[in-house]
Design a protein around this ligand. Structure first.
Ligand SMILES: [Fe+2]
Ligand SMILES: [Fe+2]
Length: 306
């Protein structure tokens, strides 16, 4: 492979502790979320582990880092500020891309606070990209041969619902972007928080318009789709013009211990290049194998459609 591009993919950081919780933020969804956090997730997600993962990722000198959402827990302004500080440790916003998750856009805006504002530099179009419409999502960031296309699947939801939705307008803009970028021969990497295909999550946690998104992927193609949300490693495929589109989900980067069937913290180190005109993607999984704080190589595979 020539001119390999190194892309880090991490997700579902769920940074604690939960800060910035005032009476005016109180509603049923946040009350239940806070209870849930103290009962279980507080013991799973550790900011120190996210820091170790980030340091390991940076030690590999990646060309770019993609973070696919759920940096926060209850979508609070204090959490956005903590997450912004953490994002700044990953590097210049031009080399770090973020899409929001359902825990970032959790229960509607609080005053003027939104993660979309706090994290705006990490969600901006490249200057060379002129969108057909002046939209915030999808954004397109060009980095050498790679075009990162960021989607926002997060919408405020009622208690016990963690579903997502893109909406027809965003899906139409995605189709237009994929077509243009494909014609220009970019390696197109789509970023989304929710698992993007039908049946990849139970209805209360699923992307509601996954069917429409899958149709766009089939019709216009992409070279890679990266997602989080399920806190598990997942790999599915779509096809476009006889070529496979890998749809890759990563587990949480901050899990200090396995929880239900979710593994300990990990991330992907992706090496993307072309060989004889064909895009090839090597995926190394790195993370914690034991509770000793050591990060090791957990696996290595080439993403090849079975
Ligand atoms: Fe999550
Ligand atoms: Fe999520």
């Amino acid at each position: 492979m020539t001119d390999t591009f190194t892309l880090v993919h991490m997700s579902d950081i769920h940074l604690g502790p939960i800060t910035g919780f005032h009476a005016r933020h109180w509603n049923t969804k946040r009350a239940l979320g806070l209870l849930n956090w103290h009962r279980g997730r507080r013991h799973v997600h550790r900011a120190q582990l996210a820091d170790l993962i980030a340091a390991d990722a940076l030690a590999h000198n990646p060309d770019h880092i993609a973070v696919t959402g759920d940096l926060a827990n209850l979508g609070l302004p204090g959490e956005f500020a903590v997450a912004r500080e953490w994002l700044d440790t990953l590097g210049d916003p031009q080399r770090v891309s973020v899409v929001p998750g359902n825990h970032d856009i959790y229960s509607g805006r609080i005053g003027s606070a939104s993660c979309l504002d706090s994290w705006a530099p990490f969600m901006r179009n490249s200057e060379s990209w002129k969108a057909d419409e002046p939209v915030r999502f999808p954004y397109v960031r060009i980095q050498g041969p790679i075009a990162l296309i960021g989607l926002n699947s997060a919408v405020p939801t009622p208690p016990f619902v963690a579903a997502g939705r893109l909406g027809d307008a965003q899906i139409a803009q995605l189709a237009a972007a994929l077509e243009r970028l494909g014609e220009a021969n970019f390696i197109r990497v789509v970023l989304i928080h929710h698992p993007p295909l039908p049946g990849q999550a139970p209805p209360r946690r699923a992307l509601q318009d996954a069917g429409k998104l899958a149709d766009v992927l089939d019709r216009y193609g992409a070279e890679l789709v990266l997602h989080g949300h399920n806190h598990r490693e997942m790999l599915s495929w779509r096809t476009h013009s006889g070529r496979g589109i890998p749809v890759l989900g990563v587990a949480s980067a901050s899990a200090a211990r396995s929880h239900k069937d979710e593994p300990m913290g990990r991330y992907y180190l992706l090496r993307i290049g072309r060989e004889d005109g064909v895009v090839r993607i090597q995926c190394e999984t790195r993370g914690f194998a034991a509770g000793d704080g050591q990060i090791v190589k957990l696996g290595q595979r080439e993403l090849v459609m079975p």
